[in-house]
Design a binder for this molecule. Structure first.
Ligand SMILES: [Zn+2]
Length: 579
């Protein structure tokens, strides 16, 4: 049943590796007997989950999807690390939330005004919505539910019983580099201004280092104040009697750990415990996990030596940066989320950014003008796919972008160039009738007859131009002709405007106007319309274009001229060019 892929993209190579590892772990089992292959991600809903952390999900998603496409049973589990402690109050949130620091994220009230029941739920819901739109299928696992339901009780008791072994593994690294960052914490290229979301809180907490009473890999949340500012003072292996003191509220208590579900393993033990518990075969982590003593490296030893499991295949992924996120959308702490990106680009395009780069390559997600070039590149790829000329790796990335094993994602029926749509929305300020008139005139042979044909791409372009493009870069068409400028024009300039105006009706389409605006300077120079441009001609074209921009929008530059002319409309063009 399983067919081997012939593709050479990174996703296929990881899928090959994971399938080989699955067969190594369960030799001789195939088809319905073979265990389900598990790929995993983990996210901490400690605040807005930013775009960089989407790589934590997209990397296993793409690999799991490839494995499913090959006919294997494969599950992508997404651990919501919502039993992590609340570490700090993000910018923009009522400072009184500081009283909740130290509680599990699910025990902290949601930010003011949220319809959700807890801090964790609030941020998790936003991410879930984006993952739905991106077509990411997964099984979400709340760590709060796992711990408080006692699902890990045996593993907790096992870890406590083998605390000396765990301490010994940790001790090998205690003198070496201390890892600073958590699994999901990433410092993107522009970390300073992004103020990256806090990573998995568990990760940077202490590893349960020995206090006066020895080493304990488990930390109770105080049953009175709910905070984790507790110290285990004694533990009895026989009875599982555990005593702790709370330094936050002064509470002291002795509980039977065999029946107590109000605490968690420290991160460096928690993570490998879950690898063994879920049988994880593939789980990536941020680049800061390759160092000696990092939770991935230490976890590899703990899972083998303590839990009798195996470390997953775990590539490091590089940072994802953001270019040009406008200040105006940074009100939520300056952290662009996948939801922010999906407001300005379609899901397949965002998937493509992650699919086409190997996890160890960093890249930037464009919120600035670059997004127009990116869309041009995407449209060019689609044309290559359509005519069969795309390279195999490019075709693979495209296939992963447009859908999953479950089916294709929604697309825009009539995908007009993003930059054209952005220019049109810029000029019409979202006026539907005017927009439809212009879009209908772009290609008179196959006119757009309803705006819905161009959605959702049209809506993304509109959102981009209205929220991400600064006011000074917006296009404002003149109301009245610039009489002063028109009065200073020489014979040749007036002649060029006349040629343009005389050709308008005959050339009223995107292609036609393109020919016309490039052709006018050629005619003036006595050249044929299809003549190759000379340096002199290019100078003349630039001067002509600048003149048109000045007369139409009062600046030296603007949206592409054919789009601008269509958007302004023939009557207004005639008026502004002094006809
Ligand atoms: Zn307490």
């Amino acid at each position: 049943m399983a067919q081997q892929s012939t593709e050479t993209d990174w996703v296929s190579r990881f899928a090959d590796e994971v399938i080989a590892e699955a067969e190594r772990r369960a030799p001789g089992k195939s088809g319905a007997d073979a265990p389900v292959i598990v790929c995993a991600s983990g996210l901490s809903p400690s605040g807005p989950i930013h775009l960089g952390n989407l790589r934590e999900v997209m990397t296993p998603h793409l690999v799991a999807d490839e494995i499913r496409r090959r006919g294997y049973a494969c599950e992508h589990i997404l651990s919501w690390d919502d039993y992590d402690r609340y570490r700090k109050v993000p910018a923009g949130i009522d400072p009184s939330w500081a009283e909740h620091i130290g509680k599990p994220l699910t025990s902290v009230p949601a930010p003011p005004g949220s319809p959700y029941g807890s801090w964790a739920e609030h941020y998790r819901a936003a991410m879930e919505e984006s993952l739905r739109e991106l077509g990411v299928e997964y099984r979400g696992i709340s760590q709060t539910e796992q711990y408080t339901s006692g699902a890990y009780r045996e593993q907790v008791l096992h870890a406590m019983k083998h605390r000396a072994d765990i301490d010994a593994v940790l001790d090998r690294y205690r003198t070496k580099d201390k890892p600073k960052a958590g699994k999901q914490q990433q410092k993107p290229v522009e970390a300073a201004e992004l103020e990256a979301a806090e990573g998995s809180g568990a990760a940077s907490e202490d590893d349960g280092s020995a206090g006066g009473s020895g080493y304990f890999p488990y930390k109770p949340y105080c049953t009175v104040c709910e905070k984790d500012l507790t110290t285990v003072t004694s533990y009895d292996d026989e009875t599982t009697e555990l005593a702790y003191d709370c330094t936050a509220c002064g509470h002291s208590e002795t509980v039977l750990l065999s029946g107590f579900d109000h605490g968690k393993l420290v991160w460096k033990v928690d993570w490998p415990m879950r690898w063994a518990y879920e049988g994880v075969l593939f789980e990536p982590s941020g680049v800061d996990h390759s160092s000696p003593g990092s939770s991935f490296v230490v976890g590899g030893q703990i899972v083998r030596e303590v839990f009798g499991g195996a470390q997953p295949i775990g590539p490091m992924y590089a940072f994802v940066g953001i270019s040009g996120m406008a200040k105006m959308s940074s009100s939520k702490g300056g952290v662009p989320t996948p939801g922010d990106a999906l407001k300005i680009m379609e899901a397949p395009l965002l998937r493509w950014l992650y699919a086409r780069r190997r996890p160890n390559q960093s890249f930037k997600i464009a919120f600035d003008q670059e997004i127009q070039r990116l869309y041009d590149e995407w449209d060019a790829l689609e044309r290559k796919i359509a005519d069969g000329s795309a390279q195999p790796a490019d075709a693979a990335a495209h296939r992963r972008a447009i859908g999953t094993a479950a089916g294709e994602l929604p697309t825009t029926p009539r995908p007009l160039p993003y930059r054209t749509l952005a220019s049109v929305m810029d000029i019409t300020a979202g006026h539907d009738e005017q927009t439809l008139r212009i879009l209908g005139e772009l290609d008179p042979e196959h006119p757009v007859t309803a705006l819905d044909e161009t959605r959702p791409r049209l809506d993304k372009a509109e959102y981009w131009i209205t929220t991400q493009v600064p006011a000074e870069a917006r296009t404002i068409v003149r109301d009245e002709p610039d009489k002063e400028l028109l009065g200073t024009l020489d014979e040749q300039a007036r002649g060029s405007l006349r040629l343009l105006l005389d050709g308008l009706d005959e050339h009223w389409s995107l292609d036609g106007l393109t020919t016309l605006v490039y052709g006018v300077p050629k005619i003036q120079a006595g050249l044929e319309p299809d003549a190759k441009p000379t340096p002199e001609l290019k100078v003349a074209q630039r001067a002509f274009f600048a003149l048109l921009y000045n007369l139409l929008v009062g600046k030296d530059t603007g949206p592409r001229l054919p789009t601008l002319l269509l958007a302004v409309g023939a009557d207004r063009v005639r008026k502004l060019l002094g006809d």
